[in-house]
Design a protein around this ligand. Structure first.
Ligand SMILES: [Mg+2]
Length: 229
């Protein structure tokens, strides 16, 4: 059995812009931080917990308290919901539901989620986009500030959940931080993206980048390849 680990934003849900808008607004609402850089690659790890910590440290000279982090997370979740409603909801990446259904009903595959978002907002976006969340092991920014740590924990949880020692693990993502994480962990990578996003993944060494999952069989055939990155 092969484990397929999916990032969330931009990989399963059309939510990168939504996330950026809510995150920047929450920083202003909660802490009064304005003109925060949304050049996510400039942060040590592109995870909500790491970006919040680094922005806060830069402005205040010390790390946020756990109370402040919790307050921020709650406001961020409220804003995600508000911004999503204003934009007509959260859309899945085309074909994501079909591909997840195929994987979840196949004896050959198992699915896990690993994203840089916090758990509550990640699950909110998946549900809002009509994608499954029940009985799918996951790890998010609550668990670790690095994407590698998040992916490793998703694997540990998947092995416990499926009671299977996975040897073949794929990571599916849309960001350059996703392919870098896959390369560091030695996981074959499949990119999801178009235009500039796809070009950046290819420049990082991605051999296979798909615009979406509309070609379900095409996506599944990539999981049979040995050399993906
Ligand atoms: Mg992403």
């Amino acid at each position: 059995m092969k484990l397929v680990i999916f990032d969330i934003d931009g990989t399963l849900t059309e939510s990168n812009d939504l996330d950026d808008e809510a995150f920047i607004k929450a920083l202003d609402d909660v802490f009064g931080f304005k003109a925060v850089s949304n050049d996510w690659e400039s942060y040590t790890h592109v995870t909500n917990s790491c970006v919040l910590e680094e922005v806060y440290q830069l402005r205040q000279g010390h790390r946020p308290s756990s109370k402040e982090v919790n307050y921020f997370r709650n406001r961020f979740l409220e804003l995600i919901s508000e911004v999503a409603s204003a934009h007509g909801g959260v859309q899945p990446i085309r074909g994501a539901s079909s591909v997840l259904t195929r994987l979840l009903t196949s004896p050959d595959y198992a699915v896990a989620y690993a994203g840089g978002d916090w758990r509550d907002s990640a699950l909110f976006k998946l549900r809002a986009a009509g994608l499954p969340t029940e009985n799918i092991p996951h790890a998010f920014s609550d668990d670790d500030r690095s994407r590698e740590g998040i992916c490793k924990l998703a694997l540990v949880r998947a092995e416990a959940h499926y009671r299977y020692p996975f040897r073949e693990i794929f990571y599916i993502g849309d960001g350059v931080w996703d392919i870098r994480c896959a390369q560091r962990l030695g996981y074959p990578f499949i990119g999801i993206g178009q235009g500039e996003g796809a070009r950046k993944l290819i420049a990082e060494g991605a051999r296979h980048v798909l615009p979406d999952y509309q070609d379900v069989d095409g996506f599944l055939s990539l999981l049979e390849l040995r050399e993906l990155t």
